[in-house]
Write a protein that binds this ligand. Sequence first.
Ligand code: HEC
Length: 203
Amino acid sequence: MKPLALMLGVLILVSVGGLLIVFTGLYDVAATRTHGDVANWIFSTTMRRSVARRAADVEVPDLDDRELQLAGLNDYREMCANCHTLPGQPASAVARGLNPPPPDLAVSAQNLSSAELFWITKHGIRMTGMPAWGPTHTDGDLWRVVAFVETLPDLDAPAYEALSARAEGMGGHHDEPDQPEDTEVGDIEREGAGEHDHSSHTH
Ligand code: HEC
């Protein structure tokens, strides 16, 4: 019976400890307070393994398309840059205040597969500042952004500026009706995604 009593004792202690943390207010939720190395390792490893597992089924379209990348640049600037910053630009106040901080996607693009980048962009990462864009965007919209994110490792500030000038006026869900070629790009993944339509794109 002894091991059982010990286990029960430990269980009670852990439960009481947990309740104390919940109710006493002693736990500091401030974003300015950082986790220790062990907690950081647990969170980032859990995140990576979770994403890798779920991204395994994602089918990747051809992303090596300049039009797609240029349209994605405009989406990136509007949807992502405030947190993940633009090449050569300083981090915004939002980016500097977030905990965990938004990673440099030029680095992430080298460590994550296209499928993983897409999965994260679509589903977000719970309990962090990373939003899910799936509820408001089609898969086609999100693949465009991923196509651009994958060019980030090669983009210094001047290269970004040049590309940005070329991308002017392009973009999928911000299309004017007089830009039919962009609509085509946006429709790449839209087939079969029946419930999506342009009216869900509220910006
Ligand atoms: C409101 C801020 C915010 C916005 C806007 C945002 N992100 Fe994030 N993103 C984050 C944060 C914070 C993390 C880190 C989450 C973590 O540490 O688990 C993150 C993580 C990521 C990651 C994982 C990178 C890695 O190396 O682990 C990817 C990929 C990503 N974001 C892509 C995007 C894309 C693409 C967009 C635009 C469509 C976007 N994010 C918009 C805050 C944001």
